[in-house]
Design a protein around this ligand. Structure first.
Ligand SMILES: Cc1cc2nc3c(=O)[nH]c(=O)nc-3n(C[C@H](O)[C@H](O)[C@H](O)COP(=O)(O)OP(=O)(O)OC[C@H]3O[C@@H](n4cnc5c(N)ncnc54)[C@H](O)[C@@H]3O)c2cc1C
Length: 537
């Protein structure tokens, strides 16, 4: 037998909270210091080998659709591996699906963001129903009677995997059906019809081209009612205790996100109830979209963090050419550059989560402008980062037994769903146009850094805004990228050690954010940046 040498030990057990300096700092800074105890517990639980294994199992044994029972009756059920259920159980116990609504307080959205940031590092597929359930609450509140009935179930922390009417379950999860075959970004093209019934409910006829997590207990769905496109709550079971007429046609065979089921569905007179005003479907459901977009920032930052933690861990143990990889100057440069991107994403995400804890006019304006901008930029950076981090592990990074292929396959999805990249940038333009004091708000946020480079960079952006650059759709990506790099720089200057903010500004503000990592200029304390980012034991 050959001797196994020079292989790093697995990065487990480890605490995803206490080992993450950037996350711990952000939780405290953004007002969720009170949650440190719970986050420490959750971080340790998620980093146990048996929990890590759940993530692998849930992806290795993807969900299976059963359209018919043995006698030929339609059942439209999806079977998941037990690992999927165990992960959801952990998530619900920690309140990751609804805690800020169940127990609102300063820092509640930040605390939840920190929890989902850790969960997303272990398994991302389960994040989908959690995000949709979290986002559904403000939309459901547009229908007070429905909210009274459903919110207590949504707030429950007792995960109930059984497929039965929600009133017979200990908790409920909510999904969403907007995208149709002929159009997902342009929701006005939705053709699903909603026919009013005598009792005030509606019957839905049509299809959805993507409806993820189809075993959720109810879905927020868009459909054309007599007075226009409207938002509905469509439960899996009717109030009479019958299976609702929701037929799952097939499950998508996806690039990544494989533990999660994403379905194509048809509605053949499915029972549903109106949420919000008839004809105001898009503004009603878009409230959910703001929160799920925040979750895309959290989810992609999580993928980056896990990739960086694995890469640094590997480089600390693996020796090549008589030195640990982490000590090879060119590798140190690559790792530091990856760490900078990850820290910038995490700091921006946690700051944005705090803005969701506030209700001032400025906070509302920042949410409107920055949520789509941050989603665009963070999600766009993730595939590049996960790919480069994979390479740090050499050939082993390309092998399924490492988590890297899973992170890489998962990386593009947050940019596509909940509004693809271009749609996010166009949203930013609209928000800039509609927010009268947008330039002042951005000036204040960027200028808070008191840093020459940031000030100069921000001044150039403000000049472009004054020149109404944002009226030109073709330049939206360039504008949003610059805005986000400036904001990340400003936040890092204010909140991170100088060695991090200097390196970020030197590499991101003085040139283009390059798709290749490892281009940090001379003079950067790469070693210091890597030490800060490495998962502490
Ligand atoms: C894994 C997965 C799960 C999903 N789950 C759900 C779900 O649960 N519920 C749900 O409702 N949807 C879901 N979706 C659908 C997703 O939200 C849509 O795919 C997405 O919104 C894009 O819509 P589309 O696919 O129709 O693309 P299109 O709308 O055709 O867009 C195609 C491309 O054109 C760009 N584009 C569109 N308009 C413009 C414009 N005016 N200017 C410039 N560029 C433009 C877009 O940015 C995109 O890059 C899921 C998707 C995936 C991949």
């Amino acid at each position: 037998m050959f001797e196994v040498r020079n292989q790093p030990p697995p990065l487990e057990p480890y605490s995803l909270f206490t080992s993450d300096t950037v996350l711990r700092e952000a939780v405290r800074r953004e007002g969720a210091g009170w949650a440190e105890g719970n986050l420490t517990e959750l971080g340790a639980r998620l980093g146990r080998p048996e929990t890590v294994q759940l993530g692998f199992d849930a992806n290795k044994f993807p969900p299976q659709l059963r359209t018919l029972d043995r006698y030929g009756h339609r059942i439209d059920e999806v079977d998941f591996h037990p690992a999927w259920h165990q992960l959801l159980e952990i998530a619900l116990q920690a309140g990751l699906h609804s805690s800020p609504w169940e127990n609102p307080k300063q820092g509640a959205h930040v605390a939840r963001a920190a929890g989902t940031y850790m969960l997303g590092q272990i398994e991302s597929g389960v994040y989908c129903p959690l995000a949709m359930t979290y986002g559904s609450v403000p939309t459901l509140r547009h229908a007070p009677r429905l909210a009274d009935e459903w919110l207590p179930r949504i707030y429950s922390r007792e995960y109930d995997r059984r497929f039965r009417p929600a009133r017979l379950k200990s908790s409920a999860l909510i999904g969403m059906g907007m995208t149709e075959n002929q159009g997902g970004s342009d929701l006005r093209t939705n053709t699903t019809r909603a026919q009013p019934s005598a009792d005030g409910s509606f019957r839905l006829y049509g299809h959805k081209w993507f409806m993820s997590a189809p075993m959720c207990d109810a879905f927020l769905v868009l459909a054309q009612a007599p007075n226009g496109l409207s938002c509905f709550l469509m439960p899996r079971w009717t109030p009479d205790g019958e299976r609702n007429a929701i037929f799952i046609i097939r499950l998508k065979d996806k690039l990544g996100n494989r533990s999660n089921a994403s379905s194509e569905v048809e509605f053949h007179g499915a029972y549903a109830q109106l949420v919000g005003e008839e004809g105001r479907g898009i503004p009603t459901i878009i409230e959910m979209g703001n929160y799920t977009r925040l979750d895309c920032c959290i989810g992609s930052s999580a993928l980056m963090r896990q990739a960086v933690a694995q890469a640094i861990h590997h480089a600390r143990h693996r020796v090549a050419f008589q030195k640990k990889l982490v000590d090879q100057p060119l590798m140190t440069n690559v790792l530091a550059d990856l760490a900078l991107e990850s820290e910038a994403a995490a700091v921006l995400t946690m700051w944005l989560a705090r803005v969701y804890d506030e209700s001032t006019d400025t906070a509302v304006a920042i949410r409107r402008i920055i949520t789509p901008a941050a989603k665009f930029w963070i999600c766009k950076r993730t595939p590049f980062l996960t790919y480069e981090a994979m390479e740090v592990l050499g050939g082993s990074g390309y092998i399924e037994e490492s988590i890297m292929p899973r992170l890489y396959r998962e990386a593009p999805v947050n940019s596509i769903w909940e509004g693809s990249g271009n749609i996010m940038c166009l949203d930013v333009l609209r928000a800039l146009e509609r927010t009268p004091n947008a330039t002042e708000i951005l000036h204040q946020e960027l200028g808070a850094a008191k840093n020459g480079r940031i000030t100069a960079f921000a001044a150039r952006i403000e000049k472009r805004l004054a020149a109404r650059d944002h009226a030109d759709e073709s330049q939206a990506r360039a504008l949003v990228r610059d805005l986000m790099v400036a904001l990340q720089g400003s936040l890092l200057v204010r909140h991170s050690p100088t060695l991090v903010s200097d390196a970020f500004c030197a590499s991101r503000l003085d040139g283009e954010a390059a798709p290749v990592f490892g281009l940090l200029p001379r003079g950067v304390d790469t070693r210091g940046v890597v030490e800060r980012a490495g998962p502490a034991g």
